[in-house]
Write a new protein. Structure first.
Length: 301
């Protein structure tokens, strides 16, 4: 077994040049831990903000953002060693880490609301992430990768798709529903659109970037609206008429100040759409995690 590994670590905030490729000790494996050789990790906007130092205030009860640090919310790979108390995993198994591993002991975890765990430590947030050859995780903080799913897909899926999946289950979304998604070109928004489309719904996206319309339609959206440019939305009247013929079932994350809500208010107030709103999370002040952010939980907000 290797004693050292290569890792990318952050010792100060700044541009890409502050990321250092260094040799470091392989993490120690505790009695309940799994050591994984990382085959794939994902880069997302959080990594860029952390590197640059554009960080929010930590949530109540959470530690300050550490330095030096190792980024990487996501990591998928092959198990190479297990602790003495581990019985459900063995070397050679393929696994992906949970982006929001619950502690399973706090009051919210005991109630089944693991996505709202108050004692969690995110990889790439409070504990070293996946930017290394090896990572160590608790045995209940990883999931098996199904046959036919490669490491790259597994690493890129966990953070982006778990919240939309839980939203779609809570609504619930199905044939005949209309789903409205704001910030349509974001990664989580695209995941939400694809899951809603697979569930048989009509998917409407709103964006302030008209140059992305064609690409968004190819990704699963049926209609694209521009809330700040009503005249440029040729299909708005047709969309409104379609929505008036449906029935409201559930509206998640209502925010009356959202431009798209103002755009569609005549439809919503008269009754006409089952909608899931996925908003950009503003990283200033304090907020609760979005519904379903925990890959290991199925709770509600």
């Amino acid at each position: 077994m290797d004693q050292t590994m290569m890792a990318v670590r952050l010792f100060e905030h700044g541009g890409p040049e502050v990321l250092k490729y260094i040799e470091a000790p392989v993490p120690e494996v505790g009695p309940d831990d799994i050591l994984t050789r990382v085959h794939a990790t994902a880069v997302n906007s959080w990594d860029l903000r952390y590197r640059a130092g554009n960080l929010p205030q930590p949530l109540p009860g959470r530690p300050l953002w550490p330095l030096p640090f190792q980024l990487g919310r996501d990591a998928a790979g092959e198990i190479v060693a297990t602790g003495e108390n581990v019985t459900s995993w063995r070397p050679g198994d393929r696994a992906v880490q949970l982006p929001h591993p619950p502690c399973r002991n706090c009051a919210l975890c005991v109630r089944g609301l693991e996505n709202l765990c108050v004692d969690t430590a995110y990889p790439g947030h409070q504990v070293f992430g996946g930017y290394a050859e090896y990572v160590v995780r608790r045995q209940d903080a990883i999931l098996p990768i199904p046959d036919g799913v490669d490491f790259e897909t597994a690493a890129a899926t966990m953070w982006t798709y778990t919240t939309p999946l839980n939203c779609a289950r809570q609504a619930p979304v199905g044939p005949g529903d209309t789903v409205v998604i704001t910030g349509a070109s974001g990664g989580m928004a695209i995941a939400c659109a694809q899951l809603a489309k697979l569930s048989g719904a009509t998917v409407i996206g709103t964006t302030t970037k008209p140059d992305r319309d064609e690409a968004l339609r190819k990704l699963g959206y049926d209609h694209i609206l521009h809330p700040h440019h009503r005249r440029r939305c040729a299909g708005l009247r047709r969309v409104r008429e379609r929505m008036k013929r449906t029935t409201i079932r559930r509206l998640l994350k209502w925010d009356a100040s959202c431009p798209c809500v103002q755009l569609l208010r005549p439809v919503m107030t008269s009754g006409g759409v089952s909608a899931v709103f996925v908003f950009r999370v503003h990283h200033f002040g304090q907020h609760l995690p979005p519904a379903g952010r925990a890959a290991g939980g199925g709770g509600r907000t």
